[in-house]
Design a protein around this ligand. Structure first.
Ligand code: B12
Length: 212
């Protein structure tokens, strides 16, 4: 295993919010691919999640881990984008569902999609279904990508789906969802067209939706 990448994983786990930017920058300067650095940081977030489950970490640590990941991502995002293409492949509306304030996964997917040349309209987190519907109406976007990290907010996917149906827009858009509490069966039950369990397969799935 690459020592620099291990250090980045550990910096996320140890919540080294002040040092992470310099570490990521050093890794990029050493020509380590941005996608590998992203994987190392994500591995750290998974370990933080486990520590939280085991009550070794509490909410304060979760907040700090989120901030550390965001710092890392600030440095990584331009490098991820630069590794992609510039031609627009289509427009995607992205949001984290109402009641949910997790946006790191969504932001990673967003950067990878931008790197592939998609235009992204990011509505942010804790987003009301009506806002998604308004944006679809306004932009004619062909894909809506929703993130939900909490078991208690996955139902919001159904709320968005129902709102799109009520606005007679559902047949005009494809709905893709992701986030830890989801799987393909649940996603479909909630009205989504498809699901992906990480950002890389999310990009592939979205490319497939656009090619259909
Ligand atoms: C960081 C974090 C936070 C931060 C979020 C900061 C931020 N701006 O995002 C803060 C501190 C705010 C937070 C708060 C809470 N959190 Co929290 N949090 C996490 C943690 C540690 C990491 C999440 C993360 O960023 N992971 C890294 C990213 C890269 O992974 P990801 O989000 O899963 O995204 C990937 C895939 O899922 C996928 N994906 C994600 N979205 C989408 C969308 C599409 C369309 C596609 C295709 C793919 C896709 O691609 C991504 C990249 O590969 C997780 C534990 C974990 N390991 O997941 C808990 C976790 C999600 N949190 C949890 C909980 C309980 C909470 C709180 C309720 C705690 C509390 N008591 O207050 C609050 C809820 C606040 C709210 N209303 O949302 C639980 C959820 C349990 C559940 N199933 O409901 C978890 C699982 C921790 C645990 N093990 O208990 N949290």
């Amino acid at each position: 295993m690459n020592e620099t990448l291990d250090k980045i994983t550990n910096a996320i786990i140890e919540l080294e919010v002040d040092d992470i930017k310099a570490m990521v920058k050093a890794a990029l300067d050493a020509k380590i691919p941005a996608s590998d650095i992203l994987k190392a940081a994500t591995k750290g977030m998974d370990a933080v999640g486990k520590k939280y489950e085991q009550k070794e970490y509490y909410l304060t640590e979760l907040v700090l881990a989120g901030e550390t990941m965001k710092e890392a991502f600030d440095v990584l995002a331009p490098a991820l984008k630069a590794s992609g293409t510039a031609k627009s492949k289509g427009t995607i509306i992205m949001a984290t569902v109402k009641g949910d304030q997790h946006d790191i996964g969504k932001n990673i997917l967003k950067s990878l999609l931008m790197a592939k040349g998609f235009d992204i309209i990011d509505l942010g987190m804790d987003v009301d279904a009506s806002k998604v519907v308004d944006k679809v109406k306004e932009t004619g976007a062909k894909v809506v990508a929703l993130s939900s990290l909490l078991t208690m907010t996955v139902e919001q996917i159904k709320t968005v789906n129902d709102a799109l149906v009520a606005a007679k827009l559902r047949s005009k858009v494809k709905l893709i969802v992701g986030g830890a509490p989801l799987n393909m069966a649940l996603a479909k039950k909630l009205g989504a067209d498809t699901y992906a369990d990480d950002a890389t397969s999310g990009v592939k799935e979205i490319e497939r939706l656009f090619s259909n």
